[in-house]
Design a protein around this ligand. Sequence first.
Ligand SMILES: [Zn+2]
Length: 385
Amino acid sequence: MKRGTFQLMKSVNKSTILNKIRLSEPLSRAQIAQETGITPPTVSSIVKELIAENLVEESILGESRGGRKPTMLLIKRNGHFVIGIDAGSNAIKGVATDLVGSILSETEIQILPHISKEYFLQTLKEVVRTIFMGIDDKKKILGIGVAMHGVVDVSSGVSLYSSNSGLRDIPIKEELEKEFNVMVMVENNSRAMALGEYWFGNHEEVDSFVAINIGRGVGSGIVDKGRLFYGAQDIAGEIGHMTMDLDGELCSCGNRGCFETFVTGEAIVRRAKEKIKEAPKELTAEDVYKYAKEENKPYIDILEETGQLIGIGVVNLIHLLNPNKIVLGGGVLNSAEFLMKDIRQTIQERALTEKARMNTVIEVSLLGKNSTILGAAALLLVEIF
Ligand SMILES: [Zn+2]
């Protein structure tokens, strides 16, 4: 589907109704009218449009107290498909999903750390092609959403800089649109993850939502009233580079003592080696978790300290944005069982007000490794819903 097709047909009422169905399906027309305040005739005519556009379908699941069962409305599962791509630092993954985020097919190609721009694009296209060819009815493909690590210019869909490969100025959107002739959206991976969590993570609708990705680096995405928040120069959410220690460790960004230098997998290993004399030379973050699980106290201490440090970053975020909910994801959160107690305790100790301490919801991502790729798919859905 070409860019713009859906925006032209979109209206406030239509978005409201479609989102109402998405979040609370199955719903009857009467329930939609009641819960949105839109008049029943308007609901009926918009629902008719949504059914004609293959976005919504009727089912007969409804219950009524006597009389005829009302016809219930659902998001149409196989009405449209979206291709989601997670272009990470060591692999490019692709999925096809339906409109409710069920993954229908997936593929993955590993990439080497120092590849050329051409090789990257070629691999990216190969991943998209595999998924694209697997969908029989190409007309049902709404588009391709790409979550790219590093700095992305969202309007042009260009990857400006990826720290792992060192590549600059990759015209992802242009190349994919030329090749596949569908709408393409490109977004930074942490922002995509936030959107994926917001859309598919089974969170109730909240005004202000932040997802923090802690893995090789630390990034976050801010979702404000259902939309990603970028700031004036597109760097809103770069909490990995908040300074926590003026004289701290050198960060990949060139500054010292960034949040990232305390809590990434690499930072956990560094702190473990500093504090545990008998730590093996080739220790990995996975090993730290493994030893902690084996009830090896020094390693448990390292992870609990990591929880405190993450907690401090989270408190800074609470003071800056005061979100309703913060979701934590990324590789480091695989060891959440050793982190969460101290993250929560640090918030209790440091957040400014009782309400902020008690009411800020902190959760671990339920979507796990799929949150970024589903977020990539959601980039397209935001345009429609
Ligand atoms: Zn930094």
